[in-house]
Design a protein around this ligand. Sequence first.
Ligand SMILES: [Cu+2]
Length: 531
Amino acid sequence: MPGSSRITRRGVLAAAAAGAVTTSIVALGGWRVARRPVISPEPGSGSALHPGATTARAPLAIPALDEGTVDDDGVRAFELVAQAGESSFVAGVRTPTWGYNGAFGGPTLRAAQGERVRVVVRSELAEVTTTHWHGMKLPAIADGGPHQPIAPGDSWTAEWTVEQPAATLWYHPHNHGTTEAHVYRGLAGLFIVDDAASPVDAPLPREYGVDDIPVVVTDRSFSADGTFDERRRDAAGMLGDTLLVNGTVSPRFAATRELTRLRILNGSTARSYRFELDAGPLLLVGTDSGLLPEPVEVPGVTLTPGERAEVVVALAPGASAMLRSVPHTLGLLDTTERASGTGDTFEVLELTRDAATARPAAATLADLTGWIAAGGALAAPLTDPPDPDRRRTITLQDNKINHRRMNMARIDEVVTVGDRERWLITNEHFLPHNLHIHNARFRVHSIDGRAPTAELRGWKDTVYAPPSRTVVIDVEFGTSTDPHLPYMFHCHLLQHEDQGMMAQFVVVRPGEAAGPLDTPAIRDGGSHDGH
Ligand SMILES: [Cu+2]
């Protein structure tokens, strides 16, 4: 580092700006290949609240890739087992955890648009759970929300046809009242959707575990006995002082190619992150629910719980880069910002590239820029949505939506299949909230009357709603209908969701009557009003 041994953000950016250690590629947008020499992390800077945790970096754990097996009937079949186990995140410390097909986290499932998929989820847990496919358009009966409980020892089968184009989706429990605890204990995995006709000529990294890397970012607090501390709560929910990235503390990924694609998921239950790269801007190629037509250079990406971003990092041989989460604002009062953890700094993931391990036949940044410049596109163009068929007003209060708490037996909204809807979401509360809509993807039309920034222009399924502002979104729902089974829309800060900040909608055919709801949870008297 020129003139400094301390790795401060300012110092790194200054070095990059001076041009001494980066090389500009002029083909498009000034994208750069980072050529900084390998650096050591600043001691103790990995976790603002957990000094000394980052002096040794560990190889980033890569969740197993599970592409299922294609049955005789042509269905791509997966099996998940929700189970309790034990993990060791810090040497010598054993932590009880939950996971799918293992002690923590879950495999990365992968299927393509147009495929029929079937997932059998068996639970070996001692309490009721569910498994929800976040971001997936699918029939309500397969959604895995609170109306599809899996009792201890039972199995549940979800089957659907993948409707949507390529996206980084994920799966996690969604049992009403215990979602935060179940996710916090470790139940979560990615579900990668590929395009039916994958643009094989697009020079985008796509080899899982080699240059296409899941980055599931979560935060935990540990008790003295090594268990996850489930009691430490702030207004936003449980804020941990230690990051687990795919379950790894202080991870390092050794890149073997110039381009590495990071599929970043904020899998935290409450914490938001502002991801930046010390070596320069982020090259954003995808948002929650799909790829952008072309890469966009952004200074950073803010992800609230449940949101995703796909970015591409370019590293020259011998170079390294640090993905950090830096202090940011959620537009809250100062005291609420602090209680929401937005002032914290984390080193999320160090990326290194050893000159000796270069793999051949991989796309370079020049390939990608040249391909885009020649008219290539990673996804369909982001055209302005058509005029909405109807508008809905959604207001957020203290653990309420439209002044009501979640009631499992109540239908809050009725959507007619095929309608394009414009939702006007206003956070009337002083706490941070976001909104996630099941069985849908949407585009952000405006925030407080202004057009969205580049990081919010793509397809989304979860959006942050700052206090006292209105976020306007144009929603496109899935094609399934069921007047008797609902989908959820809710705050994805999971403590809020558990406390009732969730509502239900059904999708019906034109002219079809909605309800009554008929699910096991309702027959068992599972109303949740006034929880
Ligand atoms: Cu909330």
